[in-house]
Design a protein. Structure first.
Length: 294
Protein backbone atom coordinates (compact mmCIF):
# COMPACT_ATOMS: atom_id res chain seq x y z
CA UNK A 1 0.00 0.00 0.00
CA UNK A 2 1.23 3.50 -0.85
CA UNK A 3 1.62 5.87 2.09
CA UNK A 4 1.50 9.55 1.29
CA UNK A 5 1.90 11.06 4.71
CA UNK A 6 4.94 13.21 3.91
CA UNK A 7 3.25 15.31 1.19
CA UNK A 8 1.81 18.40 2.89
CA UNK A 9 -0.56 20.56 0.78
CA UNK A 10 0.77 24.12 0.40
CA UNK A 11 -1.69 26.83 -0.67
CA UNK A 12 -0.89 28.94 -3.73
CA UNK A 13 -2.25 32.39 -4.61
CA UNK A 14 -5.18 31.14 -6.75
CA UNK A 15 -6.54 28.95 -3.95
CA UNK A 16 -5.23 25.67 -5.40
CA UNK A 17 -2.60 23.61 -3.59
CA UNK A 18 0.85 22.26 -4.42
CA UNK A 19 3.55 20.18 -2.71
CA UNK A 20 7.16 20.92 -1.88
CA UNK A 21 9.78 18.27 -2.73
CA UNK A 22 12.51 17.98 -0.08
CA UNK A 23 14.46 15.68 -2.44
CA UNK A 24 14.60 18.31 -5.23
CA UNK A 25 14.41 21.37 -2.94
CA UNK A 26 11.61 22.90 -4.99
CA UNK A 27 7.83 23.40 -5.08
CA UNK A 28 5.89 21.53 -7.76
CA UNK A 29 4.18 24.68 -9.06
CA UNK A 30 4.42 28.44 -9.13
CA UNK A 31 3.42 30.07 -5.83
CA UNK A 32 1.30 32.46 -7.92
CA UNK A 33 -1.17 29.65 -8.58
CA UNK A 34 -0.76 25.93 -9.27
CA UNK A 35 -4.00 25.50 -11.21
CA UNK A 36 -3.49 28.80 -13.06
CA UNK A 37 -0.02 27.65 -14.10
CA UNK A 38 -1.37 24.35 -15.48
CA UNK A 39 -4.08 26.19 -17.41
CA UNK A 40 -1.94 29.00 -18.78
CA UNK A 41 1.54 27.54 -19.37
CA UNK A 42 0.40 24.12 -20.54
CA UNK A 43 -3.25 23.84 -21.69
CA UNK A 44 -3.47 27.31 -23.28
CA UNK A 45 0.14 27.39 -24.52
CA UNK A 46 -0.50 24.18 -26.50
CA UNK A 47 -3.71 25.68 -27.97
CA UNK A 48 -6.02 23.00 -26.63
CA UNK A 49 -9.11 25.21 -26.86
CA UNK A 50 -8.68 25.34 -30.64
CA UNK A 51 -7.47 21.74 -31.01
CA UNK A 52 -10.48 20.45 -29.02
CA UNK A 53 -12.64 20.92 -32.14
CA UNK A 54 -10.96 17.76 -33.46
CA UNK A 55 -12.72 14.43 -32.79
CA UNK A 56 -9.56 12.93 -31.25
CA UNK A 57 -6.53 14.30 -29.37
CA UNK A 58 -3.36 12.66 -28.07
CA UNK A 59 -1.57 14.11 -25.05
CA UNK A 60 1.75 13.39 -23.32
CA UNK A 61 2.23 14.63 -19.74
CA UNK A 62 5.97 14.44 -18.95
CA UNK A 63 6.32 14.54 -15.13
CA UNK A 64 2.69 13.90 -14.23
CA UNK A 65 3.18 14.74 -10.52
CA UNK A 66 -0.16 15.76 -9.04
CA UNK A 67 -1.74 15.42 -12.48
CA UNK A 68 -2.60 19.12 -12.76
CA UNK A 69 -1.48 19.47 -16.38
CA UNK A 70 -3.55 16.43 -17.34
CA UNK A 71 -6.49 17.81 -15.36
CA UNK A 72 -6.23 21.31 -16.88
CA UNK A 73 -6.01 19.80 -20.38
CA UNK A 74 -9.07 17.59 -19.92
CA UNK A 75 -11.12 20.45 -18.41
CA UNK A 76 -10.14 22.68 -21.34
CA UNK A 77 -10.87 20.10 -24.04
CA UNK A 78 -14.18 18.80 -22.69
CA UNK A 79 -15.48 22.33 -21.97
CA UNK A 80 -15.20 22.97 -25.71
CA UNK A 81 -16.09 19.51 -27.02
CA UNK A 82 -17.40 16.96 -24.49
CA UNK A 83 -17.26 14.24 -27.18
CA UNK A 84 -13.54 14.69 -27.96
CA UNK A 85 -11.78 11.34 -27.50
CA UNK A 86 -8.47 11.72 -25.67
CA UNK A 87 -5.56 9.32 -25.62
CA UNK A 88 -3.13 10.29 -22.87
CA UNK A 89 0.14 9.07 -21.39
CA UNK A 90 1.60 10.40 -18.14
CA UNK A 91 5.23 9.76 -17.16
CA UNK A 92 6.06 9.84 -13.45
CA UNK A 93 8.82 8.47 -11.21
CA UNK A 94 7.12 8.64 -7.81
CA UNK A 95 3.64 7.18 -7.43
CA UNK A 96 3.19 8.58 -3.92
CA UNK A 97 2.64 12.02 -5.52
CA UNK A 98 -0.45 11.31 -7.69
CA UNK A 99 -1.72 9.24 -4.79
CA UNK A 100 -1.36 12.10 -2.28
CA UNK A 101 -2.95 14.51 -4.79
CA UNK A 102 -6.32 12.73 -4.81
CA UNK A 103 -6.95 13.61 -1.15
CA UNK A 104 -9.00 16.70 -0.26
CA UNK A 105 -8.45 19.62 -0.49
CA UNK A 106 -6.23 19.21 -3.57
CA UNK A 107 -8.66 17.22 -5.69
CA UNK A 108 -11.45 19.79 -5.18
CA UNK A 109 -9.81 22.16 -7.68
CA UNK A 110 -11.25 20.00 -10.50
CA UNK A 111 -14.67 19.04 -11.89
CA UNK A 112 -16.22 15.71 -10.80
CA UNK A 113 -15.34 13.92 -14.06
CA UNK A 114 -11.71 15.05 -13.90
CA UNK A 115 -11.53 14.10 -10.20
CA UNK A 116 -12.59 10.59 -11.26
CA UNK A 117 -9.78 10.50 -13.85
CA UNK A 118 -7.16 11.62 -11.29
CA UNK A 119 -8.34 8.95 -8.84
CA UNK A 120 -8.16 6.18 -11.45
CA UNK A 121 -4.73 7.32 -12.62
CA UNK A 122 -3.39 7.32 -9.05
CA UNK A 123 -4.98 4.04 -7.95
CA UNK A 124 -5.03 1.95 -11.15
CA UNK A 125 -2.42 3.86 -13.26
CA UNK A 126 -4.98 3.93 -16.05
CA UNK A 127 -8.41 5.30 -16.85
CA UNK A 128 -10.69 4.13 -19.63
CA UNK A 129 -14.02 5.77 -20.46
CA UNK A 130 -15.83 6.27 -23.80
CA UNK A 131 -13.88 9.56 -24.20
CA UNK A 132 -10.57 8.72 -22.53
CA UNK A 133 -7.84 6.13 -22.78
CA UNK A 134 -5.16 7.20 -20.27
CA UNK A 135 -2.15 5.41 -18.84
CA UNK A 136 0.43 6.39 -16.25
CA UNK A 137 3.88 4.96 -17.05
CA UNK A 138 5.76 4.71 -13.78
CA UNK A 139 9.57 4.94 -13.72
CA UNK A 140 12.39 7.15 -14.94
CA UNK A 141 10.97 9.10 -17.90
CA UNK A 142 14.28 8.57 -19.75
CA UNK A 143 13.33 4.89 -19.91
CA UNK A 144 9.52 4.99 -20.13
CA UNK A 145 9.59 7.43 -23.06
CA UNK A 146 11.39 4.75 -25.10
CA UNK A 147 8.33 2.47 -25.18
CA UNK A 148 6.26 5.40 -26.48
CA UNK A 149 8.83 6.07 -29.20
CA UNK A 150 8.71 2.41 -30.22
CA UNK A 151 4.91 2.45 -30.39
CA UNK A 152 5.01 5.51 -32.71
CA UNK A 153 2.81 7.52 -30.34
CA UNK A 154 2.39 11.05 -31.78
CA UNK A 155 1.09 13.67 -29.37
CA UNK A 156 -0.88 16.76 -30.37
CA UNK A 157 0.28 18.39 -27.13
CA UNK A 158 3.16 17.62 -24.78
CA UNK A 159 3.35 19.13 -21.28
CA UNK A 160 7.00 19.22 -20.27
CA UNK A 161 7.20 19.87 -16.52
CA UNK A 162 10.27 18.51 -14.67
CA UNK A 163 11.81 20.29 -11.69
CA UNK A 164 14.18 23.06 -12.77
CA UNK A 165 17.33 22.26 -14.80
CA UNK A 166 19.72 22.83 -11.87
CA UNK A 167 17.69 20.42 -9.70
CA UNK A 168 16.81 17.81 -12.32
CA UNK A 169 19.23 18.23 -15.26
CA UNK A 170 18.62 14.66 -16.50
CA UNK A 171 15.25 15.66 -17.99
CA UNK A 172 16.47 18.81 -19.79
CA UNK A 173 19.17 17.27 -21.99
CA UNK A 174 19.42 17.25 -25.77
CA UNK A 175 19.13 13.46 -25.69
CA UNK A 176 15.91 13.39 -23.64
CA UNK A 177 14.33 16.20 -25.66
CA UNK A 178 15.21 14.24 -28.82
CA UNK A 179 13.22 11.24 -27.58
CA UNK A 180 10.32 13.44 -26.49
CA UNK A 181 10.32 15.22 -29.86
CA UNK A 182 9.95 11.83 -31.58
CA UNK A 183 6.58 11.58 -29.76
CA UNK A 184 5.39 14.97 -31.05
CA UNK A 185 3.02 14.99 -34.05
CA UNK A 186 4.06 17.13 -37.07
CA UNK A 187 1.53 19.83 -36.08
CA UNK A 188 1.83 19.23 -32.32
CA UNK A 189 3.09 21.63 -29.65
CA UNK A 190 5.34 21.06 -26.65
CA UNK A 191 5.07 23.57 -23.76
CA UNK A 192 7.30 24.11 -20.76
CA UNK A 193 7.46 26.76 -18.04
CA UNK A 194 11.24 27.12 -18.57
CA UNK A 195 12.58 30.18 -20.39
CA UNK A 196 16.21 29.16 -19.83
CA UNK A 197 18.57 29.48 -22.78
CA UNK A 198 20.09 26.05 -21.99
CA UNK A 199 16.63 24.51 -22.29
CA UNK A 200 15.79 26.42 -25.44
CA UNK A 201 19.04 25.44 -27.16
CA UNK A 202 18.45 21.77 -26.24
CA UNK A 203 14.97 21.99 -27.77
CA UNK A 204 16.43 23.47 -30.94
CA UNK A 205 19.11 20.76 -31.06
CA UNK A 206 16.27 18.21 -30.86
CA UNK A 207 14.81 19.70 -34.06
CA UNK A 208 12.16 22.02 -32.64
CA UNK A 209 11.42 25.61 -33.59
CA UNK A 210 10.80 27.63 -30.43
CA UNK A 211 8.57 30.48 -29.36
CA UNK A 212 7.99 32.28 -26.09
CA UNK A 213 5.06 32.32 -23.67
CA UNK A 214 4.67 36.09 -23.31
CA UNK A 215 4.66 37.79 -19.91
CA UNK A 216 1.32 38.55 -18.28
CA UNK A 217 0.27 42.01 -17.12
CA UNK A 218 2.15 41.83 -13.81
CA UNK A 219 5.68 40.50 -13.64
CA UNK A 220 8.92 41.02 -11.78
CA UNK A 221 11.69 43.12 -13.32
CA UNK A 222 14.02 40.14 -13.90
CA UNK A 223 11.38 38.14 -15.82
CA UNK A 224 11.21 38.14 -19.63
CA UNK A 225 8.92 35.23 -20.46
CA UNK A 226 6.65 32.68 -18.83
CA UNK A 227 8.07 29.73 -20.71
CA UNK A 228 8.73 28.15 -24.08
CA UNK A 229 6.67 26.40 -26.74
CA UNK A 230 8.23 24.13 -29.35
CA UNK A 231 6.91 22.72 -32.61
CA UNK A 232 8.31 21.37 -35.88
CA UNK A 233 6.76 23.93 -38.20
CA UNK A 234 7.12 27.00 -35.95
CA UNK A 235 3.67 28.18 -37.03
CA UNK A 236 1.54 30.23 -34.60
CA UNK A 237 4.41 30.44 -32.09
CA UNK A 238 4.98 33.79 -30.35
CA UNK A 239 8.40 34.86 -31.72
CA UNK A 240 11.25 35.35 -29.28
CA UNK A 241 12.01 38.99 -28.49
CA UNK A 242 15.36 40.46 -29.54
CA UNK A 243 16.49 40.07 -25.93
CA UNK A 244 15.56 36.37 -25.91
CA UNK A 245 17.26 35.77 -29.27
CA UNK A 246 20.47 37.34 -27.99
CA UNK A 247 20.23 35.19 -24.85
CA UNK A 248 20.59 32.15 -27.12
CA UNK A 249 24.01 33.43 -28.23
CA UNK A 250 25.39 33.67 -24.69
CA UNK A 251 27.06 31.04 -22.51
CA UNK A 252 23.68 30.48 -20.85
CA UNK A 253 22.75 28.51 -23.97
CA UNK A 254 25.25 25.72 -23.29
CA UNK A 255 22.91 22.70 -23.14
CA UNK A 256 22.77 19.78 -20.73
CA UNK A 257 23.93 16.46 -22.18
CA UNK A 258 23.35 12.83 -21.15
CA UNK A 259 24.75 10.67 -24.01
CA UNK A 260 23.74 7.34 -22.48
CA UNK A 261 20.43 8.62 -21.02
CA UNK A 262 21.25 7.16 -17.62
CA UNK A 263 23.79 9.46 -15.94
CA UNK A 264 23.23 10.79 -12.44
CA UNK A 265 22.36 14.48 -12.02
CA UNK A 266 25.80 15.25 -10.53
CA UNK A 267 27.59 13.85 -13.59
CA UNK A 268 25.36 15.78 -16.02
CA UNK A 269 25.94 18.99 -14.04
CA UNK A 270 29.70 18.46 -14.01
CA UNK A 271 29.72 17.83 -17.78
CA UNK A 272 27.65 21.01 -18.23
CA UNK A 273 29.98 23.09 -16.04
CA UNK A 274 33.05 21.92 -17.97
CA UNK A 275 31.47 22.82 -21.32
CA UNK A 276 30.28 26.15 -19.91
CA UNK A 277 33.78 27.02 -18.65
CA UNK A 278 35.29 26.31 -22.09
CA UNK A 279 32.60 28.17 -24.05
CA UNK A 280 33.68 31.11 -26.20
CA UNK A 281 30.14 32.50 -26.41
CA UNK A 282 29.35 35.93 -24.99
CA UNK A 283 29.24 36.09 -21.20
CA UNK A 284 25.67 36.06 -19.91
CA UNK A 285 26.39 38.89 -17.45
CA UNK A 286 27.22 41.21 -20.38
CA UNK A 287 23.86 40.30 -21.94
CA UNK A 288 22.15 40.96 -18.59
CA UNK A 289 23.77 44.40 -18.28
CA UNK A 290 22.89 45.27 -21.90
CA UNK A 291 19.22 44.52 -21.25
CA UNK A 292 19.11 45.91 -17.69
CA UNK A 293 18.34 42.57 -16.06
CA UNK A 294 19.37 42.32 -12.40
C1 LIG B 1 7.54 19.98 -11.14
S1 LIG B 1 6.92 18.40 -10.73
C2 LIG B 1 5.64 18.13 -11.90
C3 LIG B 1 4.33 18.76 -11.53
C4 LIG B 1 3.19 18.17 -12.29
N1 LIG B 1 3.28 18.39 -13.73
C5 LIG B 1 1.88 18.65 -11.74
O1 LIG B 1 1.14 19.35 -12.44
O2 LIG B 1 1.61 18.33 -10.60
C6 LIG B 1 8.15 17.31 -11.35
C7 LIG B 1 7.77 15.84 -11.28
O3 LIG B 1 8.79 15.09 -11.94
C8 LIG B 1 8.91 13.85 -11.30
N2 LIG B 1 10.22 13.29 -11.69
C9 LIG B 1 11.45 13.60 -11.21
N3 LIG B 1 12.40 12.90 -11.84
C10 LIG B 1 11.75 12.11 -12.75
C11 LIG B 1 12.19 11.17 -13.70
N4 LIG B 1 13.49 10.89 -13.86
N5 LIG B 1 11.26 10.56 -14.46
C12 LIG B 1 9.95 10.84 -14.32
N6 LIG B 1 9.47 11.74 -13.42
C13 LIG B 1 10.38 12.37 -12.65
C14 LIG B 1 8.77 14.18 -9.83
O4 LIG B 1 8.44 13.05 -9.07
C15 LIG B 1 7.65 15.24 -9.89
O5 LIG B 1 6.41 14.65 -9.74
Amino acid sequence: MITATNWVPQPTDDGSFTFFSEAFGEAFHSRKGAKAEAMHKFAQATELTQKAQQPRLRLLDVCYGLGYNTAAALETIWNVNPACEVELYGLELDLTIPHAAIAPPLIHSWSPVVQMVLRQMALAHACTTPCLNAKLLVGDARQTIQSLCQSDFQADAIFFDPFSPRRCPQLWTIEFFSLVARCLAPQGKLATYSRSAAVRSAMQAAGLAIGTIPLGITHLSHEWSQGTVGSFDGQTLHPLSQMEQEHLHTRASVPYRDPSLCDAAAIILERYQQEHALSTLESTSIWRRRWGIR
